[in-house]
Every structure is written in structure tokens, then in C-alpha cells.
Ligand binder design. Structure first.
Ligand code: GAL
Length: 362
């Protein structure tokens, strides 16, 4: 009897693809029996349609037609950090499309010791290409560069183009700055991308060693800053000296909104949201949008992006990461947000919810 069981397990194992094994029992995260999902359960293990835990940390969502693409950090142990791409039609069930940018696609001069954080992808209608920006980092967090890659399809493969610090201005960085900002420009860490209604794209990022948020308009291809770079015309320093990170921008009725976290590494802290009539500022802080128990810890998570719900004006999903010490099994916190007639909103904890939540809007 025992021999038969062993034989069955052996045959089943050799039948697995590398991708299937990637998930798994090896990592202590056994695949879950998959049933079609019809709700969000914040903080619960979220398997993809193959039953593997979704690996898309610090992520963002691109909408193309009726398909959502979720990109994020693939922190599968042993794989370096790559950028994963999942697709969904309903936001609950996600198919693993590909590792859109594997770690091996980083240029050889920086590949060793460099990892990828918070990748985001936008579509450029002029070039017809998908453009990915990411925070490239090394141990010690001194590298702090933007990485840029392009692809012809949402799922990639993406080709790495360049790495840089977008703003080179000397705004008084000290020579001894451990991030070498005088030499290389303002640091580029927690980041996001935003495409405005006029088709212009921006990168938002924590700069000046995370003290100040920068907003930089991109060129026509979205692959570099727009030049010539002119402060307060093509780029701006905002939330100056406020030490905010994890920027999650969105727009509603000609007003810009920006949810950020504080700077406490992987440990959660209170979120804040700021509003502006002009994307380059001034930005006015409105305080913590989270309410209820654990609101001051963003429900034990840190924001990563805000997804506008298609066809539902004023309705958004706040996406956040509940980081764990091992990072790869960090959980996802998705919660609904509805902007009221005064342009205000709150985020409250829900154990479970679905998109019909937005039908109840007043
Ligand atoms: C967080 C940041 C993460 C990661 C981490 C490293 O504050 O949001 O993306 O960079 O610090 O400590």
C-alpha cells in the first residue's frame, strides 16, 4: 500500500512543470484547490487561477479594453526579483501570464546585487508600446535609481532600456550624502506612474533620501523625463520635507489625489492623502483617509496604488501590501473608496466584499 502511494506521488511530481513547482510545497505555500472567486478577502492568501499564491507585491494595475493587468514584484525565493504580470476580467480571478521582466533582463553591469521594487506599467498610444518603470535598489538602499523597460505586449517580454535618477538638479545635496545625490541626482525610491486625461504621463517618487516627493513629467515615449526639465513646469518637489513614500495618485473631477505612507520601512504606519488642482502642486495634505480600528497602521499595510473602477465615477480600489518578514508571502489588502460630493473619502476595513459595494453609492 505504502509503495503504491509513493509511486503515485513520484509520478505526480515528475509531471509538474518548473512553473508549478515554483509555487509550492517547497516554499511552504501549498497550492490551494481553485474555485472561481467572487469576492475580495483582504489579507487572505490569494491564489491565481493555477492555485499558486499571487506574486505581485508593490504592484499596480493597467487597464486595456476589458482586461486588467496586475504587475508587481515577483519575490519567489531563488528567482531574484522579477516583475510578474497577471490578467483578469473580473478583478477576483487572476491568471499568471508571465514574468514580464525577469531579473536576468537587468543589464549585466548592475544585475548582481540589484533588485526590483514597486514596478508599474502604462501604455503609450503614440509608440503602441507598454512602458514599465521600477525602483532599482541594492543592499543598503543607496543605489536608488529608476529602471525603465518597454514591451510590445502587456505580458511582455519587456526589454530593459535604461536606469537613471531623473532629476539632476543640485538643490543643496551635501558632498558626503551617502546616496551620492550631488553626483547622480535625487534618489528614486518608492514610485508610481500616472497618465493624465491629456495623455501626458508622470512619475511620482520619493526623493532626497525619501524626505521629499518628486513629480516628473515624461517625454512623448514615456521612457525618460520630458526635456528641458524646468522646475514647477515639467517637474516639481512636493510634500517637501514631509518624508512620505508609497505614492498612489489618482484623479477625480479635475482634482488630483495622492495617497502616501510614512517612512518606516516594511513596518506599517498611518496613510495620508493630499489634493491638488494642478498636478505639479501645490499639494495640500488632508490627513489619514483610513478610519476605524487599526486605521493608524493602514490596517497593517502600506499602499501601492489606487485603481479607478471602470464605469463607476468616483469609485476606486485602494491596493496595499501587508508585508511579512519573508516578503514573498506578504498579503494583499484591497479596500473600496468612494469620493463624496465634497471630494472627500475614507477607507474602512471590510473582512470581505465584492464590486456590488459600489452599487450602493449615494
Ligand atoms: C518601504 C518601501 C518598500 C521598501 C522598504 C525597504 O518603506 O515602501 O517599497 O523599499 O521600505 O525597507
Amino acid at each position: 500500500m505504502k509503495l503504491i502511494t509513493c509511486l503515485i506521488i513520484f509520478i505526480a511530481t515528475i509531471g509538474q512543470t518548473v512553473d508549478e513547482q515554483r509555487s509550492g510545497t517547497v516554499l511552504g505555500n501549498p497550492r490551494t484547490e481553485q474555485t472561481k472567486r467572487d469576492r475580495f478577502v483582504p489579507g487572505e492568501l490569494w491564489p491565481d487561477t493555477d492555485g499558486n499564491p499571487i506574486q505581485a507585491h508593490g504592484g499596480g494595475i493597467l487597464i486595456r479594453g476589458d482586461t486588467f493587468y496586475w504587475y508587481g514584484e515577483d519575490r519567489t525565493p531563488g528567482a531574484g526579483t522579477g516583475v510578474s504580470c497577471y490578467s483578469s476580467k473580473d478583478l477576483y480571478n487572476w491568471k499568471h501570464e508571465a514574468v514580464a521582466l525577469p531579473h536576468s533582463a537587468l543589464p549585466s553591469d548592475i544585475r548582481g546585487g540589484t533588485f526590483i521594487e514597486r514596478p508599474k506599467v502604462i501604455y503609450n498610444p503614440r509608440s503602441g508600446r507598454y512602458v514599465m518603470w521600477m525602483h532599482l535598489e541594492q543592499i543598503g538602499y543607496r543605489f536608488a535609481r529608476a529602471g525603465i523597460a518597454v514591451g510590445d505586449k502587456p505580458e511582455g517580454p519587456f526589454t530593459f532600456l535604461n536606469y537613471m535618477r531623473p532629476v539632476q538638479d543640485d538643490i543643496g545635496y551635501k558632498v558626503a550624502d551617502f546616496c551620492r545625490q550631488k553626483e547622480f541626482g535625487g534618489t528614486y525610491r518608492d514610485m508610481n506612474l500616472f497618465v493624465d486625461d491629456d495623455g501626458r504621463a508622470y512619475t511620482f517618487y520619493a526623493s532626497e533620501d525619501n524626505a521629499t516627493m518628486y513629480i516628473v513629467r515624461l517625454n512623448d515615449e514615456f521612457t525618460a523625463p520630458e526635456t528641458p526639465m524646468i522646475e514647477n513646469k515639467t517637474w516639481a518637489r512636493v510634500l517637501v520635507g514631509k518624508s512620505r513614500e508609497a505614492p498612489a495618485p489618482f484623479k477625480f473631477k479635475n482634482r488630483y489625489y495622492l495617497i502616501t505612507s510614512g517612512c518606516t520601512g516594511w513596518r506599517p504606519n498611518a496613510a495620508d492623502y493630499a489634493v491638488a488642482d494642478n498636478i505639479l502642486g501645490p499639494w495640500e495634505s488632508k490627513g489619514n483617509p483610513c478610519i476605524g480600528e487599526d486605521a493608524e497602521l493602514t490596517f497593517h499595510s502600506q499602499g501601492t496604488c489606487v485603481l479607478p473602477v471602470p464605469g463607476k465615477a468616483g469609485c476606486y480600489i485602494f491596493m496595499a501590501d501587508r508585508w511579512t518578514p519573508s516578503l514573498y508571502d506578504s498579503r494583499y489588502i484591497w479596500l473600496p473608496m468612494i469620493i463624496n460630493s465634497e471630494g472627500e473619502f475614507t477607507i474602512k476595513w471590510l473582512d470581505s466584499w465584492d464590486l456590488s459595494y459600489f452599487n450602493r453609492r449615494q
